[in-house]
Write a protein that binds this ligand. Structure first.
Ligand code: ADP
Length: 488
């Protein structure tokens, strides 16, 4: 990338705009703690302008045939493909991850876009039989109106794609609230959308903080559907506000995801996936592995293998690094405090547990990849999502206990089991109380054409993306047609 934008404005309609009060906030670079850019600090008035434009633009967008909407989304995707390196460089710079990781994430966002662009040709309803003669029954999908989309900073371009593409293909206009830690990714996406010919007002972007820019979007009477990805605490607040005015809401919240390693597992493969799911993206995924449940018979052997591999991980932003920085200093300090508290309560830190303070890392927000054992399943650290490179190890005496431990958590997002037994694998994916279950791989890595979402405190039962997201972003109308054969 030639240069990072110094000032990131909103995109209201198809215009770059400062906020009404012309307020800005500083966004720091997680890799070195230095100033990276300024971003617009939006407030209620800015959100209202974006929503008003969306409301005005939506009927014409809804009347544009879905296939034509898909062609415009396809142009956005084509442009993303052309500018993949530029987008990835922005993602890498503002998140503190490697270019390699950012390119992978951008590739995922492109795949997601391709999937939904083609869904314009497949916005299926259902045609079925009727109980009466000369009567026809069917369902059709219709747009809902204005979608308020609120995203987290962890995988910014993927998060944008996961919400914007399904919302738009269904014929809604969208107001996207960027995460305050990743303003530039959302900004460049809006620029690409404009250049690809998305009509004015169909997508607006508001930058800013949650309570100042996110809350007014959730509360706005003209926002008909809200989709939120973020923490369970914020999700709870948003859910309450949306429920009060009966707005549709889709929540993708936190996780404390288990990965079970059975005594018949391929330990090398299991260790590889623990490292990837617990530490890649610096552990900042709702689908990260944070509880590793290991059969007693192989506990010491697997623990030592994992610790040895974890110690060899490379931390930094180069392409040969395994993980980068966490998104901001507050996040890092929260994690350090949680680890310290666990240690005071008797936990053993097998590796990491500290901020990296050598010359290369001291100015950035780098947490050493951390493995912890000797914690109680109901300790605070075992039950709260840390959103960083920290995994806890637990011992289980057999399959049933491992399954019980996997489920003994307030969350229910993803889970994985490592075993060579088809019986264990199937019983696990059948009984684990999560929205995603995996055999012999990681807890992360859900694909864009498949439904992601969680149970318990991990969500409200909705699923995005996949064709299931079409249910989030469209109204289903049940249609009956009676005909009179006498009038033929
Ligand atoms: P994370 O811990 O992943 O940053 P958060 O839940 O704190 O997740 O934030 C996710 C998104 O929700 C961000 O875009 C943030 O600005 C927004 N947000 C935070 N608080 C609120 C709120 N009260 N209302 C609406 N959006 C909010």
């Amino acid at each position: 990338m030639n240069s990072f934008p110094v000032k990131i404005p909103n995109w209201i309609g198809a215009q770059e705009q400062p906020t009404e009060r012309d307020e800005w906030f500083d966004k720091l670079n997680p890799a070195n703690g230095k100033f990276l850019c300024k971003a617009a600090r939006s407030r209620q008035a800015d959100v209202e302008r974006a929503v008003a434009l969306a409301k005005k633009a939506q009927p014409a967008w809804a009347d544009t045939p879905a296939v034509q909407r898909g062609l415009i989304l396809h142009k956005i995707v084509t442009e993303m493909q052309k500018r993949q390196s530029e987008i990835a460089a922005i993602v890498a710079a503002e998140t503190g991850k490697s270019m390699k990781e950012a390119l992978g994430e951008t590739g995922g966002a492109i795949q997601c876009g391709l999937f939904y662009a083609s869904e314009g040709q497949r916005l299926y309803g259902r045609t079925t039989t009727s109980g009466a003669a000369n009567k026809y029954a069917m369902t059709i999908r219709q747009p809902i109106g204005v979608a308020g989309l609120i995203i987290a900073a962890n995988t910014p371009i993927a998060n944008v794609a996961w919400k914007v593409f399904p919302a738009l293909i269904c014929g809604n206009a969208a107001v996207l609230k960027a995460a305050e830690d990743t303003p530039a990714t959302v900004w460049i996406f809006a620029q690409i959308a404009k250049e690809a010919g998305l009509p004015d007002g169909v997508l607006s972007v508001v930058q800013g903080f949650g309570e100042e820019a996110g809350a007014p979007l959730v509360a706005h009477a003209d926002v008909d559907v809200i989709s939120f990805t973020g923490s369970t605490d914020v999700g709870r607040v948003i859910n309450r506000v949306a429920a009060e005015r009966f707005a549709r809401i889709s929540l993708e919240l936190g996780g404390k995801n288990p990965l079970v390693v059975c005594d018949d597992a391929d330990l090398e493969n299991a260790a590889k996936w623990v490292l990837l799911s617990a530490f890649s993206n610096a552990g900042q995924r709702c689908a990260s592995t944070s509880r590793v449940i290991i059969f007693e018979a192989i506990y010491e052997k697997f623990r030592d293998l994992l610790a040895e591999k974890t110690q060899r991980l490379k931390v930094g932003t180069a392409d040969d690094c395994d993980l980068g920085a966490v998104i901001n200093e507050g996040q890092l300090l929260n994690m350090l405090a949680a680890v310290e508290k666990a240690e005071q309560n008797g936990a053993t830190i097998l590796c990491g547990g500290k901020r990296l303070t050598d010359a290369e890392h001291k100015d950035g927000y780098y947490m050493a990849p951390t493995l912890i054992e000797n914690v109680n399943p109901h300790d605070e650290i075992s039950e709260c999502e840390l959103f960083g490179p920290v995994a806890l190890l637990f011992k289980a005496k057999d399959f049933e206990q491992a399954l019980q431990m996997a489920n003994d958590t307030p969350y229910g997002l993803t889970a994985s089991i490592h075993t060579r037994s088809i019986h264990r694998a199937v019983r696990f994916y059948d009984k684990v109380q999560t929205g995603v279950a995996v055999v012999n791989a990681g807890t992360h890595g859900s694909e864009p054409h498949m439904p992601f979402g969680g149970r318990k405190l991990s969500g409200n039962g909705s699923r995005e993306p996949g064709t299931e997201a079409l249910d989030v972003y469209s109204e289903l109308k049940d249609v009956y047609v009676n005909i009179d054969p006498m009038q033929v």
